[in-house]
Design a protein around this ligand. Structure first.
Ligand SMILES: NC(=O)c1ccc[n+]([C@@H]2O[C@H](COP(=O)([O-])OP(=O)(O)OC[C@H]3O[C@@H](n4cnc5c(N)ncnc54)[C@H](OP(=O)(O)O)[C@@H]3O)[C@@H](O)[C@H]2O)c1
Length: 268
């Protein structure tokens, strides 16, 4: 598996805020950064990487193709624009951000364009995001599971997405959990709080460690250096079977990200 287990999210973060977050994170030891064309922060992410002094080849950069850019031509041209914004010759991973609304562009066309981009050296790996089982099947039919590095989906203790994760596992597709902290909501959870206390850890570390223990990559974001530092320490926290079972029981199918006109018919 190549998608790093732990990375930095940058959704909503712009201008000086994103520059500070990325620079702090790289200084603290983060080596993977998740951005997207629609975040309108690729240039700042690129600037922060440059200013950090960390070598480009030591950083795993993910970007995502926006829904306006799903046709073959636009995948290639918009990805070249992303590379220019990021001040780099390649990204490590390029994802389809959301399935094309109303299937205006087929999954096959976009996946094949991404595969072409990979062959051109614009991206080392390709993948998908917010894909349901049906959409993952279409992506596999188009390019084969061996070319799909990950499906990045909303996944937290409150939205465990088991139908999708079970199917992905059975078909060899790695899962990246976004909003593992449910945008901060699970940090107030009593069960997670109790487990955190037991391990002298923070609730954020418990949630992130839980997801990684299930084999998922995580990309929490933070604007605060202390939170960035503490979150990274989740990689050192080992939960026991009892903790894992207690968090499994927190499932409540509570989805936060469900944009009208973009979200597919979810599996659960
Ligand atoms: N593929 C997609 O469609 C998609 C959709 C959504 C998100 N994503 C990706 O996933 C990343 C993560 O999602 P997210 O940023 O929306 O949500 P998140 O990582 O679940 O939560 C971030 C929020 O939690 C707070 N937080 C972080 N660490 C904390 C800590 N240790 N203690 C207390 N609060 C803490 C942050 O506030 P502070 O800044 O105050 O620390 C921020 O408000 C995004 O940045 C983006 O890269 C992808």
């Amino acid at each position: 598996m190549s998608v790093p287990a732990f990375g930095l999210g940058t959704f909503r973060l712009k201008n000086d805020v994103v520059i500070a977050s990325v620079k702090n994170a790289l200084e603290l030891g983060y080596r993977a950064i998740d951005t997207a064309q629609i975040y309108e922060n690729e240039a700042e992410v690129g600037q922060a990487i440059k200013e950090s002094g960390v070598a480009r080849e030591d950083i795993y950069i993910t970007t995502k193709i926006w829904t306006d850019n799903m046709s073959r031509e636009k995948v290639i041209s918009s990805l070249k624009e992303s590379l220019s914004q990021l001040s780099t010759d390649y990204v490590d991973l390029t994802l389809i951000h959301w399935p094309s609304p109303n299937n205006a562009v087929s999954v096959a066309e976009t996946m094949n364009a991404l595969l072409e981009a990979k062959k051109m050296g614009l991206t080392r790996e390709i993948g998908v995001s917010n894909f349901t089982i049906d959409l993952m099947q279409q992506a596999i039919d188009a390019v084969g599971a061996e070319h799909i590095a990950t499906n990045q989906i909303e996944l937290s203790p409150y939205l465990q997405n088991r139908d999708v994760t079970d199917w992905a596992k059975a078909h060899g597709i790695h899962i990246t959990s976004y909003m593992t902290l449910a945008y901060g909501k699970v940090l107030q959870d009593e069960v997670i709080g109790r487990i955190a206390k037991k391990h002298q850890a923070t609730p954020a570390q418990v949630s992130l460690s839980w997801a990684m223990a299930l084999g998922y990559s995580v990309i929490p974001s933070s604007t605060k250096r202390d939170n960035l530092k503490n979150n990274l320490k989740a990689t050192e926290l080992k939960l026991d079977a009892e903790d894992m079972a207690a968090i499994a029981a927190l499932e409540r199918n509570e989805r936060i990200v469900n944009p009208e006109g973009l979200a597919p018919q979810w599996d659960n």
